[in-house]
Design a protein around this ligand. Structure first.
Ligand code: DGL
Length: 269
């Protein structure tokens, strides 16, 4: 059991930001990552559709011996975390609660911005979680639907990136917040553009670090820490070479993603 893998899931390449942090904090763990690139973005799909896609991917991952699952996608966490928890018997972590906790640790003036997909922002999941932990937090939320396609197309370091990010964040400029939650796991890949636009007085929060540390605590308390890692595996429903280049560059590793064409993957639109 201890050397079983951790299943990590995102709609695309964004969850790799969480994988990187898990590898840094828990280097003996083996990761089985699934990026549902063919059906990405999830962010403008209905809650039911995101829930259905998430459960399908989890069923695929459960064909392997896993000891925990990380839903490294805010959109899927908001839509389906509770359903996945009911569906499986191993620990399941989302990224919203860890992101909210990290933001509360960071803010000193109590004003927190949240950017995410349309589905995550409309769900109100961050506001609810932040206020449950700290009732006096003021939030400023904004959906940024142009940012995930920018990352998935590999253009996050291009000259247009700063311009697209600046346009997407216009409504947040000039607010008093001292902390901004990157409420989508794709956004850390745009962190330098986001920081330039929002100014260096605002601390950017990615849930990756806090999620990996929560995973570490769960594995430790459950006496489930691995002693040596085996080969990490990466699955994608999309183009493997594009996935290898984006995810490999972020991880600083050569990876060989495996193409998955499950019957459901045909329902791309
Ligand atoms: N990376 C995902 C998230 O954290 C979403 C991207 C998408 O819209 O598919 O919400």
């Amino acid at each position: 059991m201890n050397n079983h893998a951790i299943g990590v899931f995102d709609s695309g390449v964004g969850g790799i930001t969480v994988v990187k942090e898990i590898m840094r904090q828990l280097p003996h763990e083996t990761i089985y990552y699934f990026g549902d690139t063919l059906r990405c973005p999830y962010g403008e799909r209905s809650k039911d559709e995101v829930k259905q896609f998430t459960l399908e991917v989890i069923d695929f991952l459960l064909k392997f011996p896993l000891k925990a699952i990380v839903i490294a996608c805010n959109t899927a966490t908001a839509a389906a975390l509770n359903d996945v928890r009911k569906h499986v018997s191993i620990p399941v972590l989302g990224v919203i609660e860890p992101g909210a906790r990290a933001a509360i640790k960071s803010t000193t003036n109590g004003e927190v911005g949240i950017i995410g997909t349309v589905r995550t922002i409309d769900s109100g999941a961050y506001e609810r979680t932040l206020r449950r932990i700290h009732p006096d937090i003021t939030t400023h939320s904004l959906a940024c639907p142009t940012l995930v396609p920018l990352v998935e197309s590999g253009l996050h370091h291009s000259s247009e990136a700063d311009e697209i990010v600046a346009k997407a964040l216009t409504l947040l400029r000039g607010l008093r917040m001292d902390t901004l939650i990157l409420g989508c796991t794709h956004y850390p890949l745009l962190a330098s553009s986001i920081q330039k636009v929002i100014g260096d007085k605002v601390k950017l929060i990615s849930s990756a670090e806090e999620t990996a540390s929560e995973l570490s605590t769960i594995l430790q308390y459950g006496s489930m820490l691995a002693t040596r890692h085996q080969k990490h595996r990466f699955f994608t429903t999309g183009d493997t070479s594009k996935f290898a280049s984006l995810a490999g560059a972020w991880l600083g590793l050569d990876i060989e993603p495996e193409q998955v064409s499950l019957s459901y993957a045909a329902k791309a639109d």
